[in-house]
Design a binder for this molecule. Structure first.
Ligand code: MRU
Length: 336
């Protein structure tokens, strides 16, 4: 596949450069830093976001924390690790990447901590790129005909390595003339669909329409949707899957309208320590994200708000989970 004209992050000249996703699609601003704490802040603010990308960024942040230190210091390592682990609770890729970094830190015998952690971060990035490519290829198997697809949130190059997860499937299917049109949920409250997925679809020349989240049912009722594909932030062993708030609604709608509902995610999104979705920690975000749109206040400060960033779709509502290893149909059993 061709590469994109934009990139989510790049490690260059001993710095991490990342696109500020909160400014997209109107401004393509890149920020360069070697400060691990600045990268942690970027993850918290969603300047860097999307499950696999959060993990990759956190791995680079750990390496950069040792750029000017370069010798083992366990207290300092734990401080950096805990800072990054505290940024966002739901996407398991963050914890997977941090554990990989911790493993390589614990195996270091010489003093070149920076280069060792950096090579682990590069390896995590390369693995995710490889998974994205395989997910795209495996995803072709779910298309029975040229289809109209609905997606939620953002799962493209801005959320992962390569061309992402669900987005990579959509892009590859479009290149294989298996996609007519993509319907994009705006994805309230932070509008990852309207701002980021629309941006990526436009850049890739894929025809799309954006609609409010509450329009999905009407599109299905009118027969406009052949299948729904989303990503995931954490998948339990039984297949229960956490993803952006509103994904569960879509799965229920698909079930009612007899439309296939697929999730695409790398194996690094499967949490092999939890049996069901009830064990997934859901992130709750500030009510400001609901009360303000684009810096403009639309609701009163006094309003009580309920702001989970993710929901959990029960496994039985998911037709299949596409990973780099293949397409797994329900019932799931990811124990290996
Ligand atoms: O809060 P976000 O924007 O980080 O949420 C992202 C999602 O929910 C994505 O769908 C998920 O991370 C899969 S990305 C490949």
């Amino acid at each position: 596949m061709k590469t994109n004209s934009y990139y989510p992050l790049k490690f260059e000249n001993d710095n991490l450069t990342f696109i500020d996703q909160t400014r997209l699609p109107l401004q393509e601003n890149y920020i360069t830093t070697d400060d691990y704490n600045r990268i942690a802040e970027a993850i918290e603010r969603l300047e860097i976001r999307g499950a696999p990308l959060i993990g990759i960024a956190a791995a680079y942040a750990c390496a950069l924390a040792f750029k000017n230190k370069n010798y083992k210091d366990d207290d300092y390592f734990n401080k950096v690790y805990n800072r990054l682990a505290s940024t966002r609770p739901t996407a398991v890729n963050l914890f997977y990447a941090l554990k990989e970094i911790e493993k390589s830190y614990s195996q270091i015998s010489d003093n070149d901590v920076y280069r060792t952690l950096l090579s682990t971060a590069h390896r995590i990035f390369a693995d995710e790129e490889n998974y994205s490519e395989k997910i795209a290829k495996n995803g072709l198997n779910i298309f029975l005909k040229k289809s109209n697809v609905l997606t939620h949130c953002n799962t493209g190059a801005l959320a992962a390595a390569g061309f992402g997860t669900a987005f990579a499937v959509i892009k590859r299917a479009f290149e294989n003339e298996l996609i007519n049109h993509v319907y994009v949920d705006e994805t309230r409250p932070l509008l990852q669909g309207l701002r980021l997925t629309a941006f990526e679809l436009e850049k890739n020349g894929i025809p799309f329409t954006v609609q409010t989240d509450s329009t999905a049912a009407v599109l299905m009722q009118e027969g406009k949707i052949d299948l729904v594909i989303t990503g995931a932030d954490r998948i339990a062993l039984n297949g229960d899957s956490a993803n952006k708030i509103g994904t569960y609604n879509l799965a229920i709608l698909c079930n009612y309208h007899n439309i296939p509902f697929y999730i695409a995610a790398p194996s690094t999104t499967i949490d092999r320590t939890i049996a069901t979705g009830s064990e997934i920690a859901i992130e709750y975000r500030s009510s400001r994200e609901l009360l303000f749109i684009g810096g403009h206040q639309i609701g009163k400060d006094s309003y009580q708000c309920f702001c989970p960033a993710f929901d959990v779709t029960p496994a039985h509502l998911i037709t299949g989970i596409i990973t780099e290893e293949g397409v797994f149909p329900f019932p799931y059993n990811f124990i290996r």
